[in-house]
Design a protein around this ligand. Structure first.
Ligand SMILES: [Zn+2]
Length: 137
């Protein structure tokens, strides 16, 4: 098992690692609770200064994109700057709230369209039945 050093965690938080190293750190984070603790600690230490990346991280986290924006992100219809910002928010910041939201949106978007349409149609028909005027006979 490869060891991740504090320097590597700092570089990870600064987004200074190569893609391969970033992937390696993320893999290690998934597998190791002690490493996740170290990462949280590194973030907290950074949070003590206002102009550190940690402070920026904290500010970024306060500006979670809305659900519509995340949906547009999934469809890749945002402009480059927004797309990058959400990439950063989801992948570098790793906001768990937005990741959960995105996973949910992805599940909805991958549902085959005809099925969703069919369900709406059935729903419409059953409500139409309830709304039928009484016989005026
Ligand atoms: Zn978020």
């Amino acid at each position: 098992m490869s060891e991740i050093t504090r320097q590597q965690l700092d570089a990870y938080l600064d987004e200074a690692l190569s893609e391969a190293d970033t992937a390696r750190v993320e893999q290690a984070l998934r597998e190791s609770e002690p490493l996740r603790r170290s990462l949280r600690q590194a973030m907290q230490e950074r949070d003590r200064g206002e102009h550190t990346p940690g402070a920026i991280w904290r500010r970024e986290r306060l500006t979670c994109p809305g659900r519509e924006v995340l949906g547009s992100y999934l469809l890749q219809v945002l402009d480059d700057a927004e797309q990058d910002y959400i990439d950063f928010h989801l992948n570098a910041v790793g906001c768990p709230y937005c990741q959960a939201n995105l996973a949910d949106l992805r599940a909805v978007q991958t549902e085959p369209a005809p099925r969703a349409k069919e369900r709406r149609k059935r729903y419409f028909q059953s409500s139409a039945g309830l709304l039928q005027p009484r016989d005026r006979g």
